[in-house]
Write a protein that binds this ligand. Structure first.
Ligand code: ADP
Length: 268
């Protein structure tokens, strides 16, 4: 697999705060990659750097071999979409119109919406199960519904690479699984994606590779069974985790084992 996106020795942060301390990674074409790590480890910062919305203090990011800052917003938007964690719409769009905004990078400004645009919007509404409220005003939706609509807009953009920040943060467990099954189907159709996830088990089930971030550095990278190991997780998350396997899928399964619960189970 060739790299669609590469980060080389990336350093980035905010006024007075150094967050990313030399991150090197590649996203292979057609892959599903999860970025995990504790709160504050720099996951969102890394995703924003990869999307080109954060100025780097050092290093380079290349999309299909091109330095991000050298490319036009339109060139980038035809290849890469970012789904942020917070999905607020400041305007009262109808859902279908909002999703159709994702088609703009594919049209010249004076073009009307074409058949292919309408088909892409329909596919995105179906994949995210948002068709039932396609004619509602986006500001009347629940946060979970709105999150799926934002994902629909990103899918309608038909990028080669989708960057997702906690795409299921506001979703109940059934919608969470639905969204990830949708992302799995989109991946089979050619979409590469990188998702920041706090749920290690979702990463284990749906990603091919996991990067573990700790204090702005990648401390482990590889397939789920290579990264989700107690000896790797303990220095990062502490000792209250146990790893076994999900009998339904065979993927690693991370369980909490707080000392109080463990000792009660042993009858201490
Ligand atoms: P994560 O996504 O892993 O929780 P973030 O990338 O959001 O981590 O944050 C990494 C660090 O950067 C944290 O210490 C956070 O407080 C800080 N940070 C994030 N955004 C900003 C900002 N806009 N200004 C200043 N510091 C920030």
């Amino acid at each position: 697999m060739t790299a669609v996106l590469e980060a080389r020795s990336v350093c980035a942060g905010y006024d007075g705060v150094e967050v990313l301390r030399g991150v090197t990674l590649e996203v292979r074409r057609g892959e599903r990659l999860a970025i995990v790590g504790p709160n504050g480890s720099g996951k969102t910062t890394l995703l924003r750097a990869l999307a080109g919305v954060l100025r780097l203090r050092g290093g380079r990011i290349l999309l299909e071999g091109h330095d991000l800052p050298a490319m036009s917003p339109r060139w980038l938007a035809r290849r890469m979409a970012l789904l942020p964690a917070e999905t607020e719409s400041p305007f009262a769009f109808r859902v279908r119109e909002f999703v159709a905004i994702g088609r703009l990078p594919h049209r010249r400004w004076f073009d009307r919406e074409g058949k292919e645009d309408a088909r892409a919007v329909e596919r995105a509404l179906q994949a995210t199960r948002t068709l039932p409220f396609a004619d509602r005003d986006i500001t009347t939706l629940s946060s979970g519904e709105r999150q799926r609509v934002f994902l629909a807009q990103a899918l309608a953009q038909e990028p080669e690479l989708l960057l997702l920040d906690e795409p299921s943060a506001h979703l109940d467990i059934s919608h969470e699984v639905e969204i990830f099954e949708g992302l799995l189907a989109a991946n089979r159709a050619g979409l590469s994606w990188v998702a920041v996830l706090h749920n290690l088990n979702l990463a284990a089930e749906f990603a091919e590779r996991i990067l573990l971030l700790h204090r702005g550095r990648i401390v482990a990278a590889g397939p789920p069974e290579a990264v989700l190991r107690e000896e790797i997780l303990e220095p990062v998350f502490g000792p209250a985790l146990r790893v076994d396997r999900n009998p339904a899928s065979g993927a690693p399964n991370v369980r909490i084992a707080p000392r109080a619960v463990a000792s009660e189970a042993l009858g201490d």
